[in-house]
Design a protein around this ligand. Structure first.
Ligand SMILES: [Zn+2]
Length: 298
């Protein structure tokens, strides 16, 4: 019986150690100080998925697609106005197909000084793809975003944080500065590839600091929002408050088609009002990755 046919309880030590050791958190990247002596760093991100989630699921009906269209048509302008008003830079992770559907939106991100970064081709599920297909789609997405935004993307967030056995090798081949799909810390760290330092920065994410799990509903499944928007505000404020106390990073993942709705947008605005009381460094994921890499001598 080969290793792949074994049940996990039958694995020998080399097998379970091998799985755990493939992609691992390395040295912490916690700088002694933030730019300007700020008390903490804030990295806001928006995954501009729009129509690509239903498309990825082969749900091509107009009703489903219109839910994604809301993100681009209504959510993004609302978000950009707020960020402009508060002078906050952010990172927009965008599937290439979403960028091709909304090229004017990509230009608006760039004009406002935001970062545009990789988020797959059509929000594909990497863990269901052969390595060669994942590689081809990721490279094609990088070329497409470069054409649309005028700049080669330097960071990736895998769609649905679906980080496959092949993702790290593909990101390294692309020469990316950072990934933002893994969850081994609250603070940035260097990614290890089979124990070897990669020089690549991880800006960790978590479902706790994501709007989708709290707000998403599906008419025909049991997926229903279970946390009221003000409850989400309370959770995110607590996450921020402890990051501030620790002098660390507060990173947040949102989606224009989710947080862009009025009753949820109010939560984002109140959170930004709360953070506005403190001396903070607001950075794109690229600026953050560059800073921690330099300051920590990576
Ligand atoms: Zn996404």
């Amino acid at each position: 019986m080969s290793a792949t046919e074994q049940e996990p309880w039958q694995w020998d030590e080399a097998t379970w150690r091998g799985h755990v050791g493939a992609v691992r958190a390395g040295r912490p990247l916690r700088p002694a100080r933030w730019p300007g002596g700020a008390r903490a760093a804030v990295a806001l991100s928006f995954d501009s998925d729009h129509e690509t989630i239903p498309l990825r699921n082969d749900e091509t009906q107009p009703g489903k697609l219109s839910q994604g269209e809301y993100g681009s048509r209504t959510g993004v302008p609302r978000i950009l106005r707020l960020l402009r008003d508060r002078s906050i830079p952010a990172t927009f992770f965008m599937p290439a197909v979403s960028g091709l559907l909304h090229p004017e939106e990509v230009r608006a991100y760039v004009e406002d000084g935001h970062e545009v970064a990789l988020h797959g081709w059509i929000h594909e599920r990497n863990m269901q793809l052969a390595g060669a297909d994942e590689r081809e789609l990721t490279f094609r997405a990088a070329d497409t975003l470069e054409t649309l935004s005028g700049k080669r993307p330097v960071g990736i967030r895998t769609p649905s944080w679906d980080f496959s056995d092949n993702t790290l090798a593909i990101s390294r081949e692309l020469g990316l500065l950072y990934d933002s799909s893994l969850m081994a810390d609250d603070e940035p760290y260097e990614i290890l590839d089979h124990g070897e330092p990669t020089g690549m920065v991880e800006i960790p994410v978590e479902w706790i600091r994501d709007d989708a799990p709290y707000f998403t509903m599906d008419r025909y499944t049991s997926s229903r929002p279970y946390t009221p928007p003000r409850g989400v505000l309370s959770l995110w404020r607590d996450e921020f408050d402890l990051a501030l106390e620790e002098g660390g990073l507060f990173q947040l993942t949102m989606h224009p088609h989710v947080v862009g709705h009025r009753s949820r947008f109010a939560v984002l605005r109140e959170l930004i009002d709360h953070m506005g009381q403190f001396d903070l460094w607001y950075a794109t994921h690229e600026q953050l990755a560059e800073y921690v890499k330099r300051e920590c001598g990576l």
